[in-house]
Design a binder for this molecule. Sequence first.
Ligand code: TXA
Ligand code: MG
Length: 332
Amino acid sequence: MKTKILKPSLMAYLLAGKLIRKGEIVAFPTETVYGLGASSQDSGAVEKIYKAKGRPQDNPLIVHLDTPKKIKKYVKNINEIQQKLINAFMPGPISIIFDRNDKICDRVCANGPTVAIRVPENIVARRFIHFAKRPICAPSANTSKRPSPTIAKHVYDDMNGKIPLIIDGGATTVGIESTVVKVDNNKIYILRPGKISKSDLEKATGLEVVEKLTATLIPESPGTKYTHYKPKCDMVIVKTNSTKKICEIYDDMLSQSKSPIIFCCEDNKNKYDDRKVVVVGKDSNEASVHIFTYLRDCENNDLIISEFFDKGTMVEALFNRMSKSASGNIIE
Ligand code: TXA
Ligand code: MG
């Protein structure tokens, strides 16, 4: 199959809509990462997503809508807290778990009783969903285990020949995936951290927010138990940000004729003399925008040695992704 890349235009949206209604998959930009979309009501199309990504069968997909008004069509009910979350954060980088009705096919939800719903803020995403005339289920548009795609080229690199169309809306602005939340017993649980933080959720609802980022979340958000965001090379995060330690690891690699590279924060770029560095951003927010691009761009080195990005509001969300990229190789 030939994979077309089109810039957003009426023609692109009309073609994308046709493809979706024919049971094909289309990649599209959101403010977080690019998604691989199909009709949530066509199990054959949903199956194609799992196949194109090589995704484990028990990992459910997020359903994307173009407006929060449509959520009620696909869920059993919306409680008061869920409504508060919708009012405060949608459209935006959040996915909320609801009890689902039978309008979404079982395959999307991995046969479970709930569905994650997201209304992206990105206008290209919303127009695409609008022209599809269907609720669009979409995982990140990478091959399973690879870093998520934040530009159309990343999608093309992973999906060329496997999907008919990529809508190229430019670079995404948040850079890491949505915050996934669930409401239970008057508490809000964060199943996956993202730009919308614990304190944002607390401020908007006045409720207790629990970060369920341990083994206990495994049955609740199956995606979190798999290897994720892996560059081809090894990676280590030096959590103390000790310049001495980072230089030691770097020099040791060099002495073995290996090629290391350092991921650092803007403020620290001059600390490493003539060693090879990539400035990922000035804080966790900026680093989140670029992290997946640099993981893909730098994976031909032998080792990525990264600082810990401890400033900004996305410290937790970024570290959640990066510690997975590093397969838990953290030096405390
Ligand atoms: O920002 C995003 O959320 C992006 C863009 C494309 O919207 N999508 C995305 O999808 O990250 P994916 O499939 O890569 O990650 C979805 C996560 C997985 O960890 C999955 O297990 C969890 O959401 N999830 C989906 N449905 C769920 C459900 N009903 N209950 C609990 N977790 C769910
Ligand atoms: Mg993903």
